[in-house]
Design a protein around this ligand. Structure first.
Ligand SMILES: Nc1ncnc2c1ncn2[C@@H]1O[C@H](COP(=O)(O)OP(=O)(O)OP(=O)(O)O)[C@@H](O)[C@H]1O
Ligand SMILES: [Zn+2]
Length: 821
């Protein structure tokens, strides 16, 4: 018997292995196996089993099987094949998304060191600035080191020839050590009585004289009436030592055994459960979708419901229907740790059937959550982007809440998938409806609704007849001329805040930049303080009293003088959330103000506690970045202020207007969600800008109509499909050379595709790497599925590898990029 195995490596083929007879029972399609690969040992996925093989070369054997039960079946495999094909990665790289991190088994190359001998060699070395000397120096201090650690330590990659020499000199040996899974089920020691109580009682008096502590232990266990207790808890409670317990075990009084515990992510945010009579518009939506759940019919819906229209309750009702049908439910939300309210509402309705999956959980919690889903114990999965890959077998409904949110796109790792678009494919494979919900649908989804690919459903009214908030645009330039600006605040906004503080109503202030001031500028030489690894300005953080790069995290002390010319004439520009908080506290010394941004949200309980306090009225004003615009549902918020609408407006990206419209409409939607009317003040220098005008008029459709015309005229999605090619290297010349060569390799596709010349990326240098971009556009008319575009990129890559001197330059493809910066 043979197994076809794929690995999470960039090889687009499967490798054939023999299944040794003792593993025959366990190797099935859909399990993970450990197998030799080249000089290493790796974890791979079995995608096919066959009786015979055409392979003529030597066939290696599978070493180990990791899963008792398959983690994917033929249906699910189709989905991962689609991911690999569409986002241009290997099937193994796609399947890697399915498994929790830290569960793979791999070999690591290690260097085992004869320390004394290496120290001798080091002393005999007379040249002290050679690479060999540096290597010996590193080796002389330890017994073992991995190749990669040594490479990092000496700052060079090409250490192999030196190591080979050292092996010949018998100073070191190279070993391949297999490292087991880092994340495992958690087992805890439990104790229970091994004899019956009567028998025990008769021995107690005797025992009490010699070992009163042991008696104490037994009494607690007797009290537990046959139930087992965790050993740690038992010892703590009785203030006894492990020795006492061990001795009881030896005497046969108790039994100590291991029990697996379920690690659950603890939610800090809780709401009281509420029952509702559904509104007519909610019922209409549910009536439309529920037959599709019952009959297992795929259909994608765009649910366009204004802010506060009760979309969450629609999802909950639909989930109830899926559960009745014995099916599971997947709810995707953007950055789940920011949306504790929706999670809490699902817990309130479905209790233990719910599990969450997100990046703030520990690896162990995620692993246990994954296994609960796999076993079918957790049937409602609420999670961020990566929850799309939860091992759900009987899926009855997929919801993508806030479908317009950019966080659904994986930007950093391969494959760079979009969870929203992939969710639609997943639904078609599982034959279930997919609901994309938003108050501000993405232009692409709205267009898909227009051409009938998605079905459009609407919730045009707010719950309880609440009115959408009244919005005012405040022109800061005009206000400044009238002397009605106090630094970054307009009088208009300050007056409104004062009024709400008096009435004890909640206020939310948005400034979509963190830090205190976002640029440090020298008035003498005109230079801006830049990051040394990235071509972006350093940001001043007053709380930590540092300057920081928001791209690579580099922190430095605040400069006393310009680092270019030494002048002390330095000025701070640009407003971040810290400054907003600081100034607010100055104007309203008695107000209770809290800040929400990625600097302040460091602990997982912080945001939940903060939102609880805000809900109870213990905090008056929340200041934050876009984090405050996402889904917050507090009836006491009656005022929303935006310090500057410009933070997203002038980004050199074709989605800048869309992002601005969405951000402002969403944050405005936090106000007036209940009986008391809400008000929104947006400060801007561009009040005539159409995106802001459409926010003001609360006119999503108007925004869409105008935007879609521009997209068609300029040849952007949804009328074209984009692929962004990025080259990146520590050497500017090499990164540029690779981009030029890749562009040459693309030349023969020019008649069908619009291909830009290589350009420096907008953030030209990032974390020490120089970046070049090529943007490819493929028309939806001539290439509706994008097949031609993908083929062109793959073929160009093969050609590039053949012709280019810059093959070792890092090269990335991004299909449907969210941002082209
Ligand atoms: N049928 C109902 N009757 C009364 N209240 C309801 C009903 N349905 C939902 N609600 C309440 O209305 C409020 C707004 O609903 P929800 O938070 O789901 O809005 P939303 O559509 O998701 O808005 P946003 O897009 O702004 O996040 C919530 O407090 C919710 O509990
Ligand atoms: Zn940087």
């Amino acid at each position: 018997m043979f197994a076809e195995v794929v690995f999470a490596l960039p090889f687009r083929k499967a490798f054939t292995y023999e299944i040794p007879s003792e593993l025959k029972k366990f190797v099935k399609e859909g399990v993970r196996v450990v197998a030799p690969f080249g000089k290493r040992t790796l974890t791979g996925f079995v995608v096919k089993i066959s009786k015979t093989t055409q392979v003529k070369d030597e066939i290696k054997q599978i070493r180990e099987v990791l899963d008792d039960e398959p983690i994917f079946n033929k249906t699910l495999l189709k989905f991962y094949e689609w991911i690999a094909d569409y986002y241009l990665c290997s099937l193994g790289e796609a399947l890697k998304l399915l498994v929790p991190q830290g569960t793979e088994v791999e070999s690591k190359r290690k260097i085992s060191i004869d320390k004394n001998f290496v120290q001798q060699l080091l002393q005999n070395e007379n040249k002290k600035n050679t690479l060999r000397y540096k290597i010996l120096q590193e080796l002389s201090t330890r017994e073992q080191i991995t190749f990669s650690t040594l490479q990092k330590a000496v700052g060079k990659k090409n250490i192999y020839s030196h190591i080979r020499n050292l092996v010949e000199e018998s100073a070191v040996t190279v070993i391949d050590e297999i490292e087991g899974a880092k994340v495992k089920p958690k087992k805890v020691k439990y104790v229970r009585l091994a004899k019956d109580v009567k028998e025990l009682y008769s021995t107690l008096p005797e025992l009490d004289r010699r070992s009163p502590k042991q008696v104490k232990l037994l009494l607690v266990l007797i009290e537990a009436k046959g139930k087992s207790l965790p050993a740690a808890e038992l010892l703590h409670k009785t203030e006894t030592s492990k020795a006492a317990l061990d001795s009881l075990e030896k005497k046969g009084f108790v039994e100590i055994f291991e029990k697996e515990v379920d690690r659950r992510y603890k939610e800090h945010y809780e709401e009281v459960h509420q029952e509702f009579v559904l509104t007519e518009q909610q019922n209409k939506v549910i009536e439309e979708i529920s037959p599709k759940i019952k009959d297992s019919v795929f259909q994608s819906y765009l649910l366009h419901g204004v802010t506060g229209s009760g979309k969450t309750q629609v999802y909950i009702e639909l989930a109830k229907i899926a559960l009745e049908q014995n099916k599971s439910v997947l709810i995707l939300v953007p950055e789940i740790s920011l949306t504790p309210q929706i999670t809490s509402r699902f817990y309130n309705n479905f209790g233990d059937l719910v599990t969450v999956l997100h990046s703030r959980m520990s690896a162990g919690e995620r692993f246990d959550s994954w296994r609960r889903i796999h076993k079918g114990k957790s049937r409602i999965v609420v999670g961020a982007r990566s929850a799309l890959f939860a091992p759900i077998f009987k899926l009855g409904l997929i919801v993508v809440d806030e479908e317009h949110d950019a966080s659904y796109k994986q930007q950093d790792m391969i494959p760079k998938y979009n969870a929203r678009d992939s969710a639609v494919v997943l639904g078609s494979i599982h034959n279930c409806p997919v609901v994309l919900g938003s108050a501000t649908p993405s232009v692409e989804s709205r267009y898909n609704a227009e051409i009938g690919k998605y079905k459009l459903l609407t919730l045009p009214l707010r719950i309880d007849d609440a009115k959408l908030p009244a919005i005012t645009l405040v022109n800061v330039n005009a206000e400044r001329r009238k002397g009605r600006m106090d630094n970054i605040f307009s009088r208009t906004l300050l007056d409104k805040i004062e009024d709400r503080l008096k009435k004890k109503e909640g206020v939310i202030i948005l400034q979509n930049r963190r830090g205190f001031s976002t640029q440090i500028y020298c008035e003498d030489c005109g230079e801006i303080e830049m990051c040394e690894n990235c071509s972006v300005p350093m940001v001043f953080h007053i709380n930590k009293n540092i300057i920081q790069c928001h791209y690579c995290g580099l922190e430095k002390p605040v400069p006393n003088a310009c680092t270019h010319c030494g002048s002390i004439n330095i000025k701070y520009f640009g407003t971040g959330t810290e400054r907003v908080e600081d100034e607010l506290q100055f104007y309203f010394p008695n107000a209770r103000i809290s800040r929400i941004d990625s600097d302040s949200i460091t602990r997982k309980s912080y945001l939940s506690n903060l939102l609880l306090s805000f809900g109870k009225g213990e905090i008056d004003i929340l200041v934050g970045t876009q984090m405050v615009s996402k889904g917050l549902d507090f009836s006491r918020v009656t005022l929303v202020g935006v310090i500057s609408a410009e933070t997203t407006l002038w980004l050199p990206d074709f989605r800048a207007d869309e992002r601005t419209f969405q951000l402002l409409t969403q944050v405005a939607g936090r106000a007036g969600r209940s009986k008391i009317a809400g008000e929104v003040i947006i400060q801007t220098q561009n009040e005539k800008h159409f995106a802001l005008q459409k926010v003001l008029q609360n006119d999503y459709d108007g925004f869409y109509r105008r935007e879609i015309v521009d997209r068609e005229r300029l040849g952007y999605p949804p009328f074209t499909r984009l692929a962004l090619i990025e080259t990146k290297d520590k050497s500017d010349q090499k990164a540029k050379g690779a981009a030029i060569d890749f562009r040459k390799a693309l030349k023969k596709f020019e008649s069908h595709l619009k291909i830009s010349e290589p350009t420096t990326a907008l953030i030209y240098k990032l974390k020490g790497f120089y970046r070049y971009h090529i943007l490819i556009k493929s028309s939806r008319k001539s290439d509706p599925s994008g097949k031609f575009l993908r083929r062109a990129v793959i073929e160009a890559f093969t050609e590039f590898n053949r012709i280019s001197r810059f093959k070792d330059v890092k090269l990335f493809y991004d299909i449907d990029p969210q941002s082209i910066m």
